[in-house]
Design a protein around this ligand. Structure first.
Ligand code: IVH
Length: 757
């Protein structure tokens, strides 16, 4: 019987029953008060295989530790049996007794309380939202392939990176991409200790209590020591989704628009007793921190996870190359409608885990995997209007207002129209789109969604165009501030020239600033920041104003806590959440500024290069667009082009922008970039340039390896270069390095230096 599987019978387990006299004692040997909950049974009796002590304070520490382990396993399994599998094996009374015994031991031995203590389990809603969990290994997303050619490119780029010829064998796994939400499960010595959502990839939400009531998630792994983090997707089947929605509408509860939202809403319940009633499932497909490798191959690792008791997807298969991958993709696509759960593509992964390690990661995605998405879903509807939104960089973006229509299970009422050329029927490279047909208010249009992206318009049916429909006239002034909106040479986008005086730009900048990848302040989302922007008592007009809110509120007569919708606690929580983000990594600060052309990746690259805000700002003070040492240094950074560089310099040197940025920085404690743990690395912190041809690895691999050892890799030689690695055919860079007296190595010398020889 399952319950007995988890009962430990070590040499100490007998110690616990040797005190027949103490039942009901008022004070124990340590002077603790012993309540009647120490024993509900006579000594020597068992519940579910637990040897029952009569006085918990009299048992030895090692017995207490053993008992706590037994009780944790027993109660975890009982929860699953009761809540998820709906097949209780303990009576309610025994369940309560076991729980009380656990609590009594924890009271007597507070230091032995386990990380996965059952007293923290289910039913007790966390007071304020979920706790945060920093992932030991980041949870990444996947880059996408949309057609066969993208899959060929994926294979080619991997071969190129690894230096594999076209006929060298290179196999992949292919498996369905489950449309749910990812979850990371941490097991310590085989016991589930923590479950966390992906969050921003670095920090997720602690949903441990909820994961404990999902039947597919093993609470205990047999014969496993050390840490094992299993990752996979929580999802809801079509049948369970339909039944849940029926139940919800019958009871007047919230219904969900698709199984993914239902799964997310069910997992992210503060009260785990609600999660327990929602039929969630889980497929394991990846891992995070591991004390021991699972296998040599991806396929082997998945098989090992299945062995450990996880559900793994039966459509996972090893494929010999792109042709095989595409064949398996079509097979899965053909089965899609009958699987009984939503999938939105097929994920391909390099099978050999040693090759996966060599390939490594880009800033947010692995090089060794890709998601081949299914074609977008389509629907026809009426285009009711076209609105113009002004973005944080002043871009005037047309938005289609649609008669609401369901596209792939989601109700769509807006779609992006990109820019004025797009409305007129011209694409980004001047090519015709929709056969050159323009879009007019009143048109019958075809809408599509691909994955999570914003809906778009694919086509227009001219036979349904009303006679009154007129070509759309794109505004030449900003609808928000009235400033001229101009299109610069080569820019498809028309932009408001109002800068900081344009309220729309200011609000959008603030929304970007508080976004998830930027400051991500709890309780201060897009809605709140917009409200503060318009607030007369406590206005927030620029990011720095967020950090003076507490001080301004303290001096104000009309306090935030006295306003409608606010209270003492919520106001204090907001100020605390803001203060918490004063200490912030450099890359987030750079990204948060919302500078055109600087996304998350660009911000991370800049942060890594400059290391501190002080150095970045100093470099920008000296830089000139197009020439000079600071400019050369900036565009010498791999991944930084002239467009990004010019945008950064111009913004940092524009007086009003700079004043706003400096005011913000004055409020913060910006953390310097901490290099990866490269203790012992001979090249940590050094600037390395590769030139000439390399024979044992590709340039991309050499660069990735150097960076993983904490080196900065630059494309050009300058006085800052510490080391030049020159292969055969090295030319002007080698000469310049020699002139500057920079240390030079050949490829073998480099490999010997970093210990890869
Ligand atoms: S592998 C490091 N495999 O897709 C790579 N992801 O778009 C880890 N997903 O965040 C992901 N099914 O939530 C992987 N079979 C599968 C998947 C899968 C669904 C999700 C996952 C991930 C997202 C990326």
């Amino acid at each position: 019987m399952a319950l007995f599987l988890f009962v430990l019978t070590g040499p100490n387990s007998g110690d616990s029953i040797k005190h027949p006299s103490g039942r009901g004692a008022a004070v124990n040997r340590r002077g603790h008060i012993v309540t009647q909950n120490t024993t509900d049974r006579d000594a020597g009796q068992q519940i579910a295989g637990i040897d029952w002590p009569d006085d918990v304070s009299a048992i030895s520490e090692s017995s207490a530790r053993d008992l706590l382990a037994q009780l944790a396993a027993l109660l975890q399994q009982a929860n699953v049996d009761y809540h998820a599998a709906d097949a209780p094996k303990l009576t309610d009374a025994d369940y309560d007794r076991v729980k009380r015994l656990n609590a009594a031991i924890e009271t007597a031995f507070p230091d032995l309380k386990r990380q996965d203590s059952p007293s923290e389990l289910v039913g007790a809603p966390a007071a304020e939202g979920f706790g945060k969990v920093k992932h030991a290994v980041r949870m990444l997303s996947l880059s996408n392939a949309f057609d066969d050619a993208d899959v060929q490119d994926f294979d080619e780029s991997i071969r190129k990176f690894l230096g594999f010829s076209g006929d060298q064998p290179l196999s992949y796994t292919a498996e369905p991409k489950i449309d749910g939400l990812s979850l990371s499960l941490r097991y310590v010595d085989g016991v589930l200790t923590q479950a966390a959502t992906r969050g921003d990839g670095e920090t997720g939400e602690n949903v441990t209590a909820n994961a404990r009531v999902i039947a597919d998630i093993p609470q205990v792994l047999q014969d496993v020591t050390g840490v094992i983090e299993v990752r996979g997707e929580v999802y809801m089947s079509h049948a369970d989704f339909a039944a849940l929605n029926t139940r919800q509408s019958e009871t007047g509860g919230k219904t969900f628009s698709n199984p993914r939202n239902a799964a997310a809403g069910s997992l992210r319940q503060l009260d785990a007793s609600i999660t327990r009633e929602r039929p969630l499932k889980f497929f394991a497909y990846a891992w995070g921190e591991l004390t021991a490798q699972l296998a040599e191959t991806q396929y082997g690792a998945i098989a090992r996870l299945a062995e450990l008791g996880f559900a793994t997807n039966p459509l996972t298969q090893v494929c010999a190359g792109p042709a095989d991958l595409l064949a398996h993709y079509r097979q899965i696509e053909a089965q899609r409608a009958t699987l009984g759960y939503d999938i939105d593509g097929v994920v391909y992964k390099v099978d050999d885990l040693a090759l996966q390690r060599r390939l490594g990661f880009r800033s947010t995605t692995p090089r060794w995997a890709i998601a081949h998405k299914f074609p977008a879903e389509l629907a026809w509807t009426w285009l009711k209007g076209i609105d113009i939104q002004v973005g944080r960089t002043g871009a005037l973006s047309p938005v289609a207002r649609l008669d609401p229509v369901t596209v792939g299970g989601v109700v769509v009422s807006n779609a992006t129209l990109h820019n004025e050329d797009y409305i007129a029927g011209t694409g980004g490279d001047g090519e015709m789109i929709r056969g050159g047909r323009d879009l007019r208010v009143g048109d019958w249009v075809q809408v599509y969604r691909a994955g999570d992206v914003i809906p778009k318009i694919k086509d227009v049916d001219l036979s349904k165009r009303p006679e009154t429909a007129r070509p759309f006239v794109f505004p030449v002034t900003c609808p928000e501030c009235g400033s001229a909106a101009i299109r610069e040479e080569g820019d498809a986008v028309r932009r408001c020239t109002g800068g900081l005086i344009c309220p729309a730009q200011a609000v959008e900048k603030l929304k970007h600033f508080v976004g998830r990848a930027a400051f991500d302040i709890e309780g201060l989302g897009a809605k709140q920041v917009e409200a503060f922007y318009h607030d007369e008592m406590l206005p927030v007009k620029q990011p720095a104003d967020i950090f003076t809110l507490r001080a301004r509120d303290a001096k104000a007569i009309a306090k935030l806590k006295n306003r409608d919708g606010w209270g003492e606690t919520s106001a204090r929580n907001l100020f605390d959440a803001i203060d918490e983000k004063r200490v912030i990594p450099l890359n987030r600060v750079i990204f948060s500024l919302g500078i055109r052309h600087i996304g998350e990746t660009g911000a991370a690259i800049l942060a890594r290069h400059y290391g501190s805000w002080k150095q970045l700002a100093a470099a920008m003070d000296q830089a000139k667009v197009g020439s000079g040492a600071a400019w050369d240094d900036l565009i010498g950074i791999d991944g930084v082009g002239a467009v990004l560089a010019a945008s950064l310099i111009t913004t940092m040197q524009q007086p009003a922008e700079r004043a706003s940025i400096d005011a913000l920085i004055a409020q913060l404690d910006v953390q310097d970039v901490t290099a990866p743990d490269t203790s012992g690395s001979p090249v940590a912190g050094k600037t390395v340039v590769f030139t000439g041809s390399l024979e044992k690895m590709t340039r991309a691999e050499a660069k990735a390896r150097a960076e993983s050892l904490g080196a900065k890799v630059s494309g050009s030689v300058s006085a800052k270069t510490d080391l030049l690695v020159a292969g055969p055919g090295a030319g002007s860079k080698a000469k310049k390095a020699a002139d500057l007296g920079i240390e030079m190595l050949d490829e073998d010398g480099w490999l010997a230096l970093i210990g890869d020889a």
